[in-house]
Design a protein around this ligand. Structure first.
Ligand code: ZN
Ligand code: ZN
Length: 319
């Protein structure tokens, strides 16, 4: 049995004890993760991925950066649970990195992904700006964790799909052919020439703009669902509604990262999302999960789950 003493930052087991030090970013209150005391690293596995952080002499920047790090740490925790490779761009050309930047006037810089670098504009951490943008784009949901999950999805398409012929073929059957002109597709989408009947085939309207965006959107939702089901699991949340609809019953919460089939994750997620959305309505706040997952989207998520669980098996086999 393992016990952790937070004051001494020491993990005790029957055989040994392990001591840890704080990540260097604790000084800015942007990180509370630990590193083994003997490690030569100054930053934790999440903070090692940062390439550009904002100018910290501006207090507003520090505040916005803190919000970004909360979301990023949650993302990195989840990617680790999925056994995804998380090499830092500092150490590996094919690795992952984060740029948190302030957009200067007239700059074309956008939140996005290119060659393993996820760029997030600092103003996205400002809730007023984010809500204004959400309404302008008629989005039902816009959050920092949503941005991170979407953008990192583009990176993992490069890592998991583009380099593997079987995965690429399966991807094209479900999401379409990504070789269609990306720039033109987005232009058409923003001109309002996108698909009208997108609801049956896509998780969001934006997902209908191009197969790459469909992948990133579906990937983000897959991560949303896994995180919600895991949180419910650790709280032991069950639902037994006073109605005859047994689809709304959640009897046995499960750890989704140990589920071989996505169906069982979904079986937990549906009653859970109905319950939490209803509770939010009791308080007059927006639904936690304001989306409908169609059967076409379920097939795409099953593919993602399959790719990731296949990878985990290999990983277990290696170790
Ligand atoms: Zn850290
Ligand atoms: Zn995208």
């Amino acid at each position: 049995m393992l016990t952790f003493d937070p004051k001494q930052r020491t993990l005790f087991s029957a055989k040994k004890q392990l001591s840890f030090k704080f990540c260097k970013n604790k000084q800015h209150q942007t990180c509370n993760w630990l590193i083994p005391i003997e490690s030569t690293e100054e930053f934790c596995t999440a903070c090692q991925l940062n390439r550009i952080i904002p100018d910290l002499s501006d207090a507003k920047n520090v505040e916005n950066w803190r919000h970004l790090e909360v979301a990023k740490h949650r993302l990195i925790y989840q990617l680790q649970k999925l056994h995804l490779p998380l090499k830092s761009k500092h150490k590996d050309e094919k690795g992952l990195g984060f740029d948190f930047v302030v957009r200067q006037k007239q700059s074309q810089l956008m939140t996005g992904h290119a060659n393993g670098i996820v760029t997030i504009l600092l103003r996205e951490a400002d809730s007023v700006f984010r809500e204004k943008t959400r309404r302008e784009l008629s989005e039902p949901y816009r959050t920092l964790i949503g941005h991170f999950r979407h953008e990192v999805g583009h990176y993992f398409w490069d890592v998991l799909i583009s380099t593997n012929n079987k995965n690429l073929n399966d991807f094209r059957k479900l999401f379409g052919d990504e070789r269609q002109n990306y720039g033109l597709s987005l232009q058409q989408y923003y001109k309002g020439e996108g698909k009208i009947d997108w609801q049956d085939s896509y998780i969001s309207k934006y997902a209908s703009s191009h197969p790459w965006e469909d992948w990133a959107e579906t990937w983000a939702h897959y991560l949303h669902i896994m995180d919600m089901v895991e949180t419910a699991y650790y709280f032991g949340i069950k639902t037994e509604p006073k109605s005859t609809n047994d689809k709304m019953e959640l009897n046995a919460p499960l750890d989704p990262y140990k589920a071989p089939l996505f169906d069982s994750v979904l079986k937990n997620f549906i009653p859970l999302t109905f319950a939490v959305n209803s509770i939010n309505r009791s308080m007059g706040v927006p639904d936690v999960y304001p989306f409908v997952v169609s059967s076409a989207v379920v097939s795409k998520m099953k593919f993602i789950h399959q790719v990731l669980t296949g990878m985990k098996k290999r990983d277990e086999y290696d170790s």
